[in-house]
Design a protein around this ligand. Structure first.
Ligand code: 0O2
Length: 210
């Protein structure tokens, strides 16, 4: 259901959604090409799998209201950067930085923002590399630069983040300090395992020179 007072927004939003979807396709293709090249050259796929989503119109309106922005499509640009979102789940930590570096090296990709929650994990233990990039999308009559949020993480980081997200959002009660601490301990243990698995991989297969 959509609030009646934002009907104009919802009607207009349908038109811009296509552009964000195209941005997702462009970035996904770039990442798939890199992953294929690694598979071909090194018999190693850095990417385990990818997920993507468009932010729902309702979530966009809620975010605009939270930020005291006027609820119209023109205020999305420059304010809401996570309408198009891709999550890239990698095998190893080194794969995260390799994919990120190779993507950002491409001359049609423009980096808008980077948040490295692997080097600087969030207080609750959340780890992932977040990038916001702009990618060109060629429409019939114009070229549009579309922002896409990319979250890159290992399988282990994704395991923790998915369960933590579920525990936090699907639960009506406030998370207690005890649960918070236990989740943080889990994040620490998972981090140790991530580094140990990477060491094992390096010992068995060595480093790829690229
Ligand atoms: P959803 O449903 O995944 O989209 P901003 O989005 O810019 O207003 P912020 O905090 O500056 O907010 O962005 P940031 O830090 O880059 O994080 C945005 C997204 O990262 C979140 O999106 C989550 O997907 C993920 N994330 C960040 N912190 C956590 C965390 O502590 N736990 C988990 N599980 N995920 C996290 P949304 O919009 O919150 O949700």
């Amino acid at each position: 259901f959509f609030a009646k007072d934002h009907l104009d927004f919802y009607h207009e939003y349908v038109n811009v959604e296509q552009m964000y979807l195209a941005g997702i396709k462009e970035v996904r293709t770039k990442l798939e090409i890199l992953d294929d090249e690694f598979h071909h050259r090194f018999d190693h796929n850095p990417i385990h799998h990818m997920e993507w989503r468009l932010k729902s119109p309702h979530s966009v309106v809620e975010k605009m209201k939270r930020r005291n922005l006027p609820v119209d499509v023109s205020s999305i640009k420059g304010n809401i950067e996570d309408i198009a979102g891709i999550r890239v789940i990698c095998h190893y930590i080194k794969d995260i930085y390799r994919m990120s570096d190779l993507l950002l090296r491409q001359d049609d990709i423009h980096l808008l923002k980077v948040k490295d929650y692997i080097k600087n994990p969030k207080e609750n233990g959340y780890r992932s590399l977040h990038l916001v990039v702009e990618v060109p999308v060629y429409l019939a009559n114009e070229k549009v630069m579309v922002p896409v949020e990319i979250q890159i993480r290992t399988i282990a980081m994704d395991f923790w983040a998915t369960l933590e997200h579920h525990l936090r959002y699907k639960n009506n009660k406030e998370i207690s300090d005890d649960i918070r601490n236990r989740l943080y301990e889990c994040a620490k243990n998972i981090t140790d395992i991530d580094y140990e698995m990477e060491d094992i991989h390096n010992e068995v297969f060595g480093h790829h020179k690229i």
